[in-house]
Write a protein that binds this ligand. Structure first.
Ligand code: SF4
Length: 314
């Protein structure tokens, strides 16, 4: 499904002008235009190219073609066919374009499903949400696969709640068929995170290099990590696909509750007998607090990270 903000328009341009000026067809006042009238013979650009040519009703160098442009951005931005963004605009991958997210404001957390959400109600436990359209790995990463095989990978709200503020996001995987891997810096500690299923990675979320805080502030939106395609989407291998091992939203709901209880137990154990620290680590209702990582020392953080967020975690 293509992006609703992608529009097609007829444009005109001069074939021989050193500066390519694209004019949307709708904004041309035909009669007034030198290019589209017999007055083109007086155009300084055409001069020198007209010798031996018979006079015509309009300039022979005036070309017309179809272009696509994004209407989500304030400035009209044409999308030439050679631009790699075109594949995002023309596929389900548009759902993670920053301009789309900014304009469409899809809600992928509690309250409502994204337009591409597939009709499954989102789930919320505290502020840990499980959007209905996602598949979840047991190390708290998600995959959103479009009907056309395009997919995005990110971290879930549980991981976001535990880590809180992330100082740096460094992409370990670049492009190609591999398990998307990333290094997150939290409180000066580097934590390695890898999605357990291979995808054909076509890009990373460069926005996170400057805004690493978006990873945990908006884990199902601007905080996505990788984009690509599912290598098994059209493999025709009898229907068995690696992504089928991931949890769907229904299963993830129960699992997320169990994970919340498990984390709460681990946190209790970590600070057993230390009432002051325990208070800091628990929110109202006895659930572990936001930004839990910020209250842990390096050893405790690594222990919790390995227990819950290792690539093949429980
Ligand atoms: S740039 Fe983004 S918002 Fe604009 S048409 Fe493409 S996907 Fe849609």
């Amino acid at each position: 499904m293509k992006c609703p903000f992608l529009q097609e328009d007829r444009v005109r341009f001069c074939e021989i002008s050193p500066v390519r000026k694209i004019i949307p067809r709708a904004s041309i006042h035909e009669a007034d235009q030198r290019c589209s009238s017999a007055d083109y013979v007086n155009c300084p650009v055409a001069e020198g190219h007209l010798e031996g040519r018979a006079q015509q009703k309009q300039c022979p160098f005036l070309c017309e073609s179809l272009v696509q442009h994004c209407t989500a951005e304030e400035q009209t931005k044409f999308v030439p066919s050679t631009d790699s963004r075109q594949s995002r605009c023309n596929s389900d991958a548009h759902r993670y374009c920053h301009s789309y997210l900014q304009r469409a404001k899809p809600t992928r957390g509690p309250g409502s499903a994204d337009a591409a959400g597939g009709g499954v109600d989102p789930f919320e436990s505290g502020d840990i949400s499980v959007p209905g359209q996602l598949l979840f790995a047991r190390n708290h990463m998600w995959l959103d696969e479009g009907a056309d095989g395009s997919c995005n990978v990110g971290v879930d709200a549980f991981l976001a709640r535990v880590l809180g503020e992330v100082q740096q996001v460094s992409f370990v995987s670049d492009t190609g068929s591999q398990r998307p891997s990333v290094s997150l810096t939290v409180g000066g500690v580097d934590l390695s995170l890898a999605f357990p299923v291979r995808i054909n990675i076509s890009g990373t979320n460069a926005f996170l290099r400057c805004h690493p805080e978006a990873l945990t502030a908006d884990p199902y939106g601007r905080g996505w990590l990788f984009e690509g395609t599912d290598p098994d989407a059209n493999s025709g291998n009898g229907g068995t696909r690696a992504v089928d091992e991931l949890l769907d939203a229904e299963s993830a709901r129960l699992w997320m509750l169990a994970e919340t209880e498990r984390m709460t137990r681990v946190v209790h154990d970590l600070h057993a007998g230390n009432a002051y620290s325990k208070e800091n680590l628990m929110a109202d209702g006895g659930v572990f607090c936001h930004n839990l990582a910020q209250h842990l020392d390096r050893e405790e953080l690594l222990r919790i990270f390995n227990l819950f967020f290792a690539p093949f975690g429980d």
